[in-house]
Design a protein around this ligand. Structure first.
Ligand SMILES: [Zn+2]
Ligand SMILES: [Zn+2]
Length: 345
């Protein structure tokens, strides 16, 4: 089968590999129908994910059809259309039982697919702990509608969930990239009084205005004054930082009102500075970290009910055979790309 493979720093290549087989009783083999490219894939390509193993198939956003299951898999059966969760988790350990599945103590716990074990930019993928790692796609939901459920949409959903948003709140979202927009979709479900999206790219600001009327968009240089003008208590009640730059990290705490919740979703290339003397008395609550991707079933229900639609994010589609071109467009943000879908015939 064809599999897009991490060869070495700076180099991915489409290679022929054997179709994966069941290794463990809880494994499933999924025939991938649609996959996508994530910024984390680019981090692997650029060598900034030390855990990534050369030779592995990349890709951790995908949907497909269950082809085969191990004897301990009860949640899905061959023939089921499924979303694949970016995170592998055992469901049994201390962290899994608390819902902190990102910190699953299993050796493959957390982000393994397409990083430490073969992922889904391929024709088939082996999914460990398939009872937790796969969710059935409702009949009225298409593959394209479900494509982001296991990764960026799970992240947006989790970010909105932990941010304790109320209907009285002014919510500031920093970043309108794919994960920022997924976060926006999930924040919209909480119906806060105001939502402000801060994004430096005018094309992406326009995308937000076109698709989500009622959401205020601003450029970073005007963020502080805009947030103050649109909030009652001198700043945003809730801030979600989904951009991952030094400037947006600073804006996250600057734009927050005293006693606000600041949820940091972004992944940074380097350490950030919290100037505690300047922040003294602001009494902020920071929430940080990687998605606990265990709400996929609920997210799929919301999609089936028409409450979340991420299909406008798919601006480009390529066959797997042309995935290198898909990467080129995504990596260099050509043609106003937001997300690229990669389909298998
Ligand atoms: Zn990702
Ligand atoms: Zn676990």
């Amino acid at each position: 089968m064809l599999a897009y493979t991490y060869i070495e720093k700076g180099k991915f290549e489409l290679r022929q590999k054997p179709v994966p087989t069941i290794n463990e009783p809880q494994d499933a083999i999924v025939r991938v129908t649609l996959s996508s490219i994530c910024t984390s894939d680019l981090h692997i390509k650029h060598g900034s994910v030390p855990r990534a193993v050369p030779g592995i198939t990349v890709g951790h956003e995908m949907v497909g059809v269950v082809e085969q299951v191990g004897p301990a898999v009860t949640a899905v059966r061959p023939g089921d259309r499924v979303t694949v969760n970016v995170e592998t988790f055992c469901g049994e350990c201390f962290f899994c039982k608390k819902g902190y599945v990102n910190n699953c103590e299993d050796e493959n716990g957390g982000w393994a697919l397409g990083c430490r074990i073969d992922g889904g930019q391929a024709e088939y993928v082996r999914v460990p702990y398939a009872n937790q790692g796969l969710n059935k796609i409702p009949d009225n939901v298409t593959d394209a509608q479900a494509l982001f459920v296991g990764d960026i949409l799970a992240t947006g959903f989790w970010a909105a969930k932990i941010s304790e948003i109320t209907e009285e709140d002014t919510v500031l979202i920093l970043g309108a990239g794919p994960t920022g927009i997924c976060t926006l979709l999930c924040v919209l479900l909480k119906q806060p009084k105001n939502i402000i999206v801060c994004e430096k790219d005018p094309v992406r600001r326009q995308f937000v205005r076109d698709h989500y009327p009622g959401v205020l968009t601003i450029a970073p240089e005007y963020a502080l004054e805009a947030v103050k003008a649109h909030s009652v208590h001198g700043g945003a009640d809730v801030v979600l930082e989904v951009a991952g730059t030094e400037e947006t990290f600073r804006l996250a705490w600057e734009c927050a009102r005293p006693n606000a919740i600041v949820t940091v979703v972004a992944l940074y290339d380097k350490p950030q500075i919290l100037p505690l003397p300047d922040m003294y008395g602001k009494n902020l609550t920071f929430k940080t970290g990687g998605v606990d991707g265990c709400d996929c079933e609920e997210i799929l229900k919301l999609i089936a009910q028409g409450k979340i639609d991420t299909t406008p994010l798919i601006t480009h589609t390529f066959p797997l055979s042309e995935i290198a071109q898909a990467y080129d467009i995504f990596e260099h943000k050509k043609e106003n790309v937001i997300k690229v879908a990669v389909r298998n015939q």
